[in-house]
Design a protein around this ligand. Structure first.
Ligand code: PGA
Length: 254
């Protein structure tokens, strides 16, 4: 049985003081969540405020990026063991906004390996552009991103990962993929994992959908058999909205 996961991606929003204020409001209205794990991924500078505020709660904290080297002369970068020591449990990798800044599939792969080696749970993002969807190459593109992102990751390690399908055309645009469109690609991702790692691993891995998921469309998206949760940008910044999505995810799975 796969647990649902709802992960917020704050992107470049909120200061440490705003993080503290968010946490207080959020914890006050969060219902009991038996069937759903909750993660809040925040800017690096907000990590310590988030870890402190969510200590003794069911909410885990994640980062939005990591560097693949262990240490050294990489001004401005953050290593995986630093994130772990700061109290991070998850890290978003290969987000399309970072890929647009020049991150390659090889970088994503190196970062996934660095995260796993240090005990962080990577949330590896894949997704097609509108041009690629219209050209009918969505599945080929996603297959390539998955295969290269997971290069040299063995069966023992893949089990500790999460994959997020985020169509670029749906991110921050208010243009959500329909439940059918999102399910089609998430099902495809599971089929690729099945080919690479076998049926057992494919059944166990959590695949999230991200891209304008909100309190209104979450129920239908999360009801799809291959969608195991959401990666939420805009709506994760507002406690009331984020809680509604968590409620939608907190349903017993078959
Ligand atoms: P959005 O962002 O929910 O604001 O579309 C999702 C994401 O980029 O992870």
């Amino acid at each position: 049985m796969r647990k649902k996961i709802v992960a917020g991606n704050w992107k470049m929003n909120k200061t440490p003081s705003e993080t503290k204020a968010f946490a207080e409001q959020f914890k006050a209205i969060l219902p009991k969540t038996k069937w759903c794990d909750i993660v809040v991924c925040v800017p690096t500078v907000d990590l310590s405020a988030a870890v402190r505020a969510f200590k003794d709660s069911r909410i885990a904290v994640g980062a939005e990026n990591v560097y693949f080297e262990k240490s050294g002369a990489y001004t401005g970068e953050i290593a995986a063991n630093m994130l772990l020591d700061a109290g991070c449990k998850y890290v978003i990798l290969g987000h399309s906004e970072r890929r647009a800044m020049g991150e390659t599939n090889a970088d994503v792969n190196a970062k996934v390996l660095a995260a796993l080696d240090n005990g962080l749970i990577p949330i590896m993002c894949v997704g097609e552009s509108l041009e690629q969807r219209e050209a009918g190459i969505t599945e080929e593109w996603i297959t390539m991103q998955i295969k290269t992102g997971l290069a040299s990751i063995g069966e023992d390690k893949i089990r500790k990962m999460i994959i997020a399908y985020e169509p670029i055309w749906a991110i921050g645009t208010g243009k959500t993929a329909t439940p059918e469109q999102a399910e089609e690609v998430c099902e495809h991702i599971r089929a690729v994992i099945r080919k690479l790692y076998g049926a057992k691993v494919a059944r166990a891995i959590s695949i999230l959908y991200g891209g304008s998921m909100n309190e209104k469309n979450a129920y239908d998206l999360l009801a799809q058999p291959d969608i195991d949760g959401g990666l939420i940008g805009g709506a994760s910044l507002v406690p009331e909205k984020f809680v509604k999505i968590i409620e939608a995810a907190n349903q017993p799975t078959i």
